[in-house]
Design a protein around this ligand. Structure first.
Ligand code: FMN
Length: 172
């Protein structure tokens, strides 16, 4: 992916532990971003996946610059975003194993050039647009080229306060 401009810089006045504690109160999705690079499947758990633009369709995610898997993912021509369901915590845990074992034993197949996991809440296929510096992370801005959801909606898993959660409807 080509390099783009830089997004801001973090204030030195914010204690990193406090930063994490406060940001832990911001719920996120749990996705597994996948790619096939040199015939080796790559997978990384990403909570920072975000919708960016409708016209043109853009989405992206932040990766820590120290991630070895990000260094592989950024070489790919196609990326898959597997949005995990509340019943897929085991899939997230599996994808936190050593990089070359992450998809072992999981139900997946190639779809349009990227590994697609079975049973997800949503599937989004991306192509790289640009990489934007963002402090100790980089933002992978991508083009959305294909999207799908299952016929039967599958509620997502949420990451909040350092733990996985499921959604509950609020009665009003
Ligand atoms: C729920 C959850 C969300 C995560 N979100 C991100 C993220 O958005 N960006 C990131 O760089 N790492 C994120 N991580 C951490 C990476 O998945 C983890 O550090 C991974 O091991 C990095 O790959 P590597 O060890 O192969 O370099 C997340 C982990 C979890 C469990």
């Amino acid at each position: 992916m080509a390099k783009g401009p830089t997004i801001g810089a973090m204030s030195a006045a914010i204690d990193p532990k406090f930063f994490r504690q406060v940001m832990g109160q911001v719920p996120t999705c749990v996705t597994v971003v996948t790619a096939m690079v040199d015939e080796q499947p790559q997978a990384m758990v990403i909570g920072s996946f975000v919708s960016v633009s409708l016209d043109p369709p853009l989405a992206g995610f932040f990766c820590t610059t120290t991630s070895s898997t990000w260094q592989e993912l950024r070489k790919a021509d196609v990326l898959g975003v597997n949005v995990l369901g509340a019943d897929q915590i085991d899939v997230s845990n599996a994808c936190m194993r050593a990089p070359d074992e992450r998809l072992d034993g999981l139900d997946w197949e190639m779809d349009g050039g990227a590994p697609r996991l079975a049973g997800t809440t949503a599937w989004i296929r991306l192509t790289p647009n640009q990489v934007i510096d963002a402090g100790d992370h980089e933002f992978a801005l991508c083009n959305v080229v294909e999207m799908s959801v299952p016929d039967e909606p599958n509620e997502p898993v949420i990451f909040y306060g350092g733990a996985y959660r499921s959604l509950a409807a609020i009665e009003d």
